[in-house]
Design a protein around this ligand. Sequence first.
Ligand code: W6P
Length: 415
Amino acid sequence: KQLTDKIYHFAKFPQTGVSLRQMVKFGQHPSQGVLLKASQFVSEELPIRLARRVVELDNLPHNLSQMPSVVKVKNWYIESFKDLIEFPKPRLPADLKSKIKDASKPTDAVQLPASHPNPSVSYSNTSKFHSVPMNHRFYTPMGDIDLPPEIAKYNKDFAKCLENIKRRHDPVVTTLAQGINEFKALRHKTIIDTEVQSFLDRFYMSRIGIRVLIGQQVALQTKNEPDYVGIICTRTKLYDIAMEAIANASFICEDYYGLFAAPKITLHCREDLEFMYIPSHLHHMLFELLKNSLRATVELYGPDADNYPPIKIVVAEGQEDITIKVSDEGGGISRSALPMVWTYMYTTAEAQPLDPDFNQTDFKAPMAGFGYGLPISRCYARYFGGDLKLISMEGYGTDAYLHLCRLSDSAEPLP
Ligand code: W6P
């Protein structure tokens, strides 16, 4: 129908990526004028990104597009697309339009960590993705011109619309995971499906980007904490986030295995190390790595062991990267099994609701979700130009290397 045509039309436009630095520069002084510009950017960008995902969901291999869970997810994307394109635009009086245009001069009043000394070196692209430079048109603050109250109302209502969209998409990961599980159960085993794999990598990466744009636009209007620009913390304290991830992962581990104390985790990190990042992303990745290391350690030595070899976190500060190494002595993974940890289709996770042996009454929050923790954590790392790698010594233990880009200049990798 007509909506489908519209979606396929929007899907032809290129996506526009933003970098952490651009978002911070733009959102530092969120006057109603700045918020209006940001709302306008998001209202043009999101329909393009959503439409591209709908088209991809329509074109999955092996009849995956017809799976009920996939259709369900696709309909959420269609609904959100519709919400956005039908959202009423603010009516700007003609004299105001010219005022906004006049005020749209680039400003460089903001203090930010220095860019990379050699601007010709670009770290923004991993080989798989290309990114489009941010269009300056959207990112020129307009200072404090007087705006009619309708503008403030538009910004507020638009943020409400975005919040609603974000909430609608909360269950996307678990719903697609169910779909993949059903699909796995249907077909004959052991064909590594690179097509499904790369689709999910792209899809979850795109989802992170969409949720960052929404989260940022909402937070610019609701959150007002020192050192924060929207959801971005310009002085993220790695030590504090790591301590929090350690406490949370240890608690989950003790609860899950019924331990008095989880294996010890040591943290070797300068306490005042700070950099620009989204703290929730950092916590998510560290929490996931720690759960994996704890699980390997407890399962190797058993839940009744007197003590466990500690898990060690080492943080290195380079010019380009901050690298976090998480080392365990949990026995490691064989070289042949290692690639599997990145796949969505071949998870070795706990009993799932579809397993015949699965006992609903015994359900415990699994130590590692649907087994999607690692591939999704790698998407988070790559989203701002970092990466996540594993090196394992079978028979001894595993080292995870989480590389985070210090420069914050890298634009989103857009599938
Ligand atoms: C393991 C398997 C694994 C995955 C990710 C991080 C740490 C570990 N340790 O044995």
